[in-house]
Write a protein that binds this ligand. Structure first.
Ligand code: CA
Length: 239
């Protein structure tokens, strides 16, 4: 598997070890030791395929870096793996809130991080191959470009929201449980609560506006993307 990984990590020894391991696994590695250098490297061509981001950096926090990467249209779609301090539950949640896609807890094994990077690359590449582009009612998704439109107005989605949308949309008419979505979209073992899924679906629906109704909630079960754009929603059927 090929791909470019940007490592934003101020511990020089750790960053160098990662660089060595990424290269010996056939991946291209780029290093940045400060948040500022990381933000610059993230937006430089060719864009990285995955960013490994340390939460504790000398100049800016990892969550702030994450936020800025998500605010920049060039870097918005790049998956981010955040490295958090051991047992730091709050930072982990905050990490997802600001748009991280996965996390590892320090001290992590290089092997574990490599597995997560590979999983991330595989997920991105597989989804792209499955859905080159999609038109569904007022919704249009260009997978290669990571862009979404509703009524021809572009909607700005985070990488995670985009993956959530495409995962649901490619499984039209099929109910997806929260656990399935956690494992397929977040790609992590479910030690994050399934409420995370609800939070993100809610935000995704809000961003999609009129197209938000294509995603139905099946109470106590999960979510389902409608079979056809004209299908009545449960809410519409209610008296
Ligand atoms: Ca650090």
């Amino acid at each position: 598997m090929s791909g470019t990984v940007l490592v934003i990590e101020d511990e020089v020894d750790l960053a160098t070890t990662l660089e060595y391991n990424l290269r010996s696994n056939g991946l291209t590695a780029r290093l940045a030791h400060t948040a500022k250098a990381g933000l610059e490297a993230a937006a430089s061509d060719p864009l990285p395929d995955v960013i490994v981001l340390d939460l504790m950096l000398p100049d800016l926090s990892g969550t702030e870096v994450c936020r800025r990467l998500r605010d920049n249209p060039h870097t918005r779609a790049i998956p981010i793996i955040m490295c958090t301090a051991k047992g730091d539950e709050i930072d982990r949640v905050v990490g997802f809130e600001v748009g991280a896609d996965d996390y590892v807890v320090k001290p992590y094994s290089v092997r574990e991080l490599l597995l997560r990077i590979r999983a991330m690359l595989r997920r991105t590449q597989r989804t792209e191959a499955e859905t080159p582009s999609l038109r569904f009612g007022v919704l249009r998704i260009d997978h290669g470009a990571h862009r979404t439109w509703v009524d021809e107005q572009e909607v700005q989605l985070t990488a995670l929201e985009f993956r959530l949308l495409t995962t649901l949309a490619t499984r039209r008419g099929r109910v997806q449980s929260r656990e399935t979505l956690l494992s397929d979209v977040w790609g992590i073992e479910a030690d994050i609560t399934t409420r995370t899924v609800d939070t993100h679906v809610k935000r995704l629906r809000e961003k999609l506006g009129v197209a938000g109704r294509y995603i139905e909630t099946l109470r106590g079960v999960g979510y389902r993307f409608k079979d056809s754009p004209d299908e009545a929603t449960a809410e519409e059927e209610a008296p």
